[in-house]
Design a protein. Structure first.
Length: 268
């Protein structure tokens, strides 16, 4: 947790919203009736970050190969141990990464003050930044150093303003091409605060001038159907900070769109 608490209730809020859905993604005309959904359970979160992260990595590494995993957070720091677990689950594989987020999450960790804003930095020993894309970066809490550092490492960064000017079609084609170069699959990480705070108030660090709900839902659907996706996480939903459960509902829509994209995709 980096700012306001409550994301520990996120998974339950998203699942509650999702349980109210049918198995038909009406918007995309894709049925999930033939899909077998399995609850892989919860990971033990203890009063030790290293132990909690180890628990996450181990749980991810043990997921049977025939199952397509979806991870619900929690704060965004879960992406670090999840990605490590996926690499252990798929030895010798190289994965691209697409992140929807208003934040770079690349601050150097301070011992004893670790939080969700470090995971893109702490993954540097295993991540390949040259096949990483960050879409929706807009939070006004960074210096120019973070933008320059990300791009110098090879990360494709696109802000909401740039996406609006270029258009989503061109942006997605660019991002998919960037993360698919000589990779064996793509991982998607969605921080709900990439959405404008008008639509997603129930999050630790809400942001103005963010992405729109249909833009992110459509993008997740398109990516999930275009390339072999090895998993997705949806995080930073904080029900205690929400209004009429709208942020949990939005997260559930993103989950449904991801599943529909996988089912409709030519690679599945």
């Amino acid at each position: 947790m980096s700012h306001r608490p409550g994301t520990r209730f996120g998974p339950e809020g998203i699942l509650t919203a999702f349980n109210g859905f049918s198995l038909y993604c009406t918007d995309k005309r894709v049925s999930l009736d033939h899909v077998r959904l399995v609850d892989l359970g919860r990971v033990d979160v203890v009063h030790s970050l290293p132990e909690t992260y180890a628990n996450i990595t181990e749980a991810v590494a043990r997921i049977p190969p025939e199952q397509h995993p979806v991870f619900l957070g929690g704060d965004h720091s879960i992406a670090d141990p999840i990605f490590r677990g996926l690499l252990r689950r798929n030895p010798g594989r190289r994965f691209g990464l697409i992140v929807f987020d208003a934040h770079f999450d690349a601050r150097p960790p301070i011992p004893g003050k670790e939080h969700s804003g470090h995971w893109m930095k702490t993954l540097e020993d295993v991540i390949d930044y040259s096949v990483t894309a960050q879409l929706g970066i807009s939070a006004p809490i960074y210096s120019e150093y973070y933008m320059r550092s990300a791009e110098e490492q090879g990360v494709l960064v696109r802000t909401p303003y740039e996406i609006r000017r270029r258009g989503w079609r061109e942006t997605l084609e660019e991002a998919i091409s960037h993360v698919s170069r000589d990779t064996d699959g793509v991982y998607i990480s969605v921080d709900i605060d990439c959405l404008d705070q008008a639509f997603a108030p129930g999050t630790s660090v809400p942001n103005g001038s963010g992405l729109l709900t249909h833009e992110v839902a459509d993008a997740v659907f398109e990516i999930s159907g275009a390339v072999p996706v090895v998993g997705i996480d949806i995080n930073e939903v904080s029900p205690p900070l929400d209004r009429l459960d709208q942020t949990s509902q939005l997260a559930a829509h993103l989950l449904l769109n991801h599943m529909a994209g996988v089912v409709a995709g030519k690679w599945a």
